[in-house]
Design a binder for this molecule. Structure first.
Ligand SMILES: [Fe+2]
Length: 278
């Protein structure tokens, strides 16, 4: 049975005990963005998540044109919907912010943070470029005590060209979320390769579904973690969908391992050995 709907902070303890996954990035709220179109699709997504060993999802709609209070109210409605349908899935409020200089001027309370804890937010770049004001926006959030979690940077063209950009953001206090579908190859071989590089070089702190439906862009966390467990230590891969996201929702510090710089492979045709370090 689902636990009583609550607006209180979900503690790490409470989440970890359940030994099921925590998904930090979903578009499960009905009719607010390009995710679930209506409550029927939301319910289909929720049943899929619950059936695939996901215990907690953060509802992270695109923040464009929405107010944080509205997202929190919609999330509360979703909790009631899930309880009415006896779907065993906890849901907490969040949002996916598109990086924008206007964020600098928002008061802390206006900025959507996970579980309204004022500690972490999810922020994405446009797909092609890295805006010149990105660092300023990150810094302004950090000054307010909010740690930016960068959503799926492996899909950005400039990060594909230079994965060490992620190392730089981590060293300046950001965290990184990669998409389950990136690791599984749904966005093509380049995105898949960069997501693998990021995993192996300690440049990924979370794997999340970024689910938009119960179909191709559904909850593919389980397969993705299995894939990650073949690339890095299985217990570290497991943390990316359990301990780490649970800590975010609880507003607690996430353990950040030292980043390993990615060194591009070079081909020296006159020398027999080719260095492989990705
Ligand atoms: Fe998203």
């Amino acid at each position: 049975m689902i636990e009583e709907a609550s607006t209180t902070i979900i503690t790490t303890d409470r989440v970890n005990k359940m030994d099921r996954m925590v998904d930090l990035h979903t578009h499960i709220l009905p009719g607010v963005d390009d995710g679930a179109r209506d409550t029927a699709e939301t319910l289909e997504m929720a049943r899929q998540a619950a059936g695939r060993q996901i215990r907690v999802v953060a509802a992270t709609p695109h923040f464009l044109g929405m107010e944080w209070d509205q997202i929190k109210a919609e999330t509360e409605k979703l909790r009631k919907l899930l309880a009415d349908h006896q779907i065993d899935l906890m849901v907490t409020a969040g949002a996916e912010l598109l990086i924008d200089p206007a964020l600098i001027d928002l008061a802390k309370e206006e900025i959507p943070t996970y579980n309204d804890a004022g500690r972490y937010c999810l922020i994405e770049f446009p797909m092609l470029e890295l805006p010149p004001y990105a660092e300023q926006v990150f810094f302004s959030l950090q000054v307010k005590g909010i740690t930016p979690i960068i959503a799926h940077p492996e899909r950005n063209r400039e990060v594909i060209a230079d994965p060490n950009l992620a190392a730089h953001w981590i060293e300046s206090g950001c965290l990184i979320q990669i998409n389950a579908n990136s690791l599984l190859g749904s966005f093509g071989p380049q995105v898949q390769r960069v997501s693998e590089i990021m995993l192996k070089h300690h440049m990924a702190h979370f794997i999340a579904s970024d689910a938009h439906s119960a179909g191709r862009r559904g909850f593919h966390l389980g397969c993705s973690v299995e894939k990650a467990q073949r690339l890095i230590a299985p217990e570290i891969a497991a943390k990316l969908v359990s301990t780490n996201p649970a800590r975010v929702i609880a507003g607690e510090p996430v353990e950040v391992p030292e980043v390993i710089r990615y060194r591009q492979q070079r081909r020296f045709w006159n020398f027999g050995k080719q260095r492989r370090d990705d």
